[in-house]
Write a protein that binds this ligand. Structure first.
Ligand code: BEZ
Length: 387
């Protein structure tokens, strides 16, 4: 039986990014994924995500800026454009704050970090972008470094690095059935009736986190947002950046959207409610259908406020987003001291993390190999529970 320097559980984008970084550091790596690589069963479902550098928290903006060189490095490995830098538009009620931050707080952070942005008032937003009936008291900004991430191409690029690395073994369709972390420092992972030995473990299971933590007698509280989105047919030649609108009431009126892209439904534009269809605690509770209610809010927003789109939802889809239930932006930590070898076992599980994927790979690789990282992860500590 082969021994590995590092075993990575979870082959979503962050597990792939961690394995790619570990390969680069000459580690012998085994990456185990319970489904196929690049699947639609978790947080990475769908084809696009937003990249942005503005945040209401300075440490999050700093992390987003720090991720840029890692995106540039990954970009060099593929001909697909990973981030189309169309800019990021935030507008709406300026004082409102949501999971994604808030306009005023983000502007303060951008000032502090000297991130350039263009402040905008309601009517200016309508004159520059294809929106209509925007209330006069709405305001916002345009930040040029934001963009749209081709999320499938990102995962393909990371998978290609792992597939071509001689020191990475990849196992798909292989659920982990047991993990033993022994007093002598060995970690034994059982999957598909085989035992794999390692001394270091990176765990990136997304929504399936508690299926893995149970092997250590642990669990964590998470909220898994089931979310719907849809595409709308273009009826005019409109140009959009990525955008987010902050409005009240927040449980029916937060929306975000994208420009047209050639990698997903050309001729259509994706718009989505930033509202959970349902909040569940385990992926097995997932519904296979997009919520008619959420898509109804979405269609009304498109009909009333967007120019050049037919407001009938098409190509509808769902995804699961794993979030902390105590407002932490990301969940990233070593296992607690009660577990043998806890300082050799690092967990990443949740947050709106697509924009940080290649940087998170580096952070996880640093933490599991060296025990430290120069990046500020102090805000992402996990509250574990014994079970
Ligand atoms: C984000 O930028 O983090 C984000 C954008 C749209 C929906 C949810 C999150």
């Amino acid at each position: 039986m082969k021994d590995y320097d590092v075993l990575v559980i979870g082959g979503g984008p962050i597990g792939l990014a961690a394995a790619a970084e570990l390969a680069n550091s000459n580690q012998q790596v085994l990456l185990i994924e319970q489904f196929d690589f690049i699947n639609q069963k978790g947080s990475s479902a769908g084809s696009s995500r937003q990249f942005r550098v503005q945040y209401a928290q300075k440490y999050m903006s700093e992390l987003a800026l720090e991720s840029i060189p890692f995106w540039e490095k990954l970009q060099k490995t593929t001909e697909d454009v990973l981030i189309d830098q169309v800019g990021s538009l935030w507008f709406g009620d300026p004082a409102l704050s949501s999971q994604e931050g808030g306009i005023e707080a983000a502007m303060e952070v951008m000032e502090e970090l000297h991130i350039p942005y263009q402040p905008l008032q309601g009517k200016e937003i309508e004159s520059l972008f294809p929106f209509t009936n925007i209330p006069e008291d709405y305001s916002g900004f345009f930040q040029k470094d934001g963009g749209i991430i081709d999320f499938k191409a990102t995962q393909k690029a990371l998978l290609a690095i792992c597939q071509s690395a001689v020191n990475v073994d990849l196992l798909a369709q292989t659920p982990v059935t047991n993990i033993q972390s022994l007093e002598n420092g060995a970690i034994v992972v059982t999957a598909n009736r085989q035992e794999y030995y390692t001394s270091k473990l990176v765990i990136c299971p997304g929504a399936y986190v508690n299926d893995i933590l149970k092997h250590f007698g642990l669990s964590i509280n998470i909220d898994i947002w089931e979310m719907s989105s849809a595409y709308y047919r273009k009826t005019e030649d409109i140009k959009l950046p990525t955008w987010f609108v902050f409005q009240k009431p927040q449980d029916t009126s937060l929306f975000y959207g994208f420009p047209e892209v050639d990698w997903a439904h050309p001729g259509y534009i994706r718009v989505a409610p930033d509202i959970p269809d349902r909040i569940i605690q385990d992926p097995s509770q997932r519904s296979p259908y997009p919520s008619k209610k959420s898509l109804g809010f979405n269609e009304t927003w498109v009909k009333d406020h967007m120019v050049g789109l037919d407001p009938s939802s098409e190509f509808t889809a769902t995804c699961l987003i794993t979030l902390s239930n105590n407002s932490k932006e990301l969940l990233l930590d070593f296992l607690p001291d009660s577990v043998n070898n806890s300082k050799n076992i690092i967990l990443y599980t949740g947050g709106w993390a697509a924009k940080f994927v290649p940087l998170l790979g580096k952070i996880l690789s640093d933490l599991v190999i060296k025990g430290t990282t120069p990046y500020n992860i102090s805000n992402f500590k996990i509250d574990y529970k014994n079970c």
